[in-house]
Design a protein around this ligand. Structure first.
Ligand SMILES: [Zn+2]
Length: 78
């Protein structure tokens, strides 16, 4: 009975290694893309949402444009 479990375990590991080897080059690609594209931030000045890659950082805050970064965080109604 124990032998059968060992054989099953070996088969499962072998299949897993085979699938991993076949999918090799794509591994990192799937994990990275959503993190970059889906990471939206809001402007500390006007509150507009934009991708983090396009945001301007000033201190600890993020802004939608150079002008808003210069003006700094203000009230949305201002
Ligand atoms: Zn803004």
């Amino acid at each position: 009975m124990g032998r059968i479990l060992v054989i099953i375990a070996i088969v499962v590991v072998a299949v897993w290694l085979l699938r991993r080897a076949l999918a090799g080059p794509r591994q990192g690609e799937v994990a990275r893309k959503p993190a970059v594209e889906g990471d939206l931030v809001s402007c500390a000045r006007c509150g507009v949402h934009l991708p983090r890659a396009e945001a301007r950082a000033a201190g600890e805050r993020l802004f939608c444009s150079d002008e808003h970064a210069r003006l700094g965080p203000g009230r949305a109604a201002d």
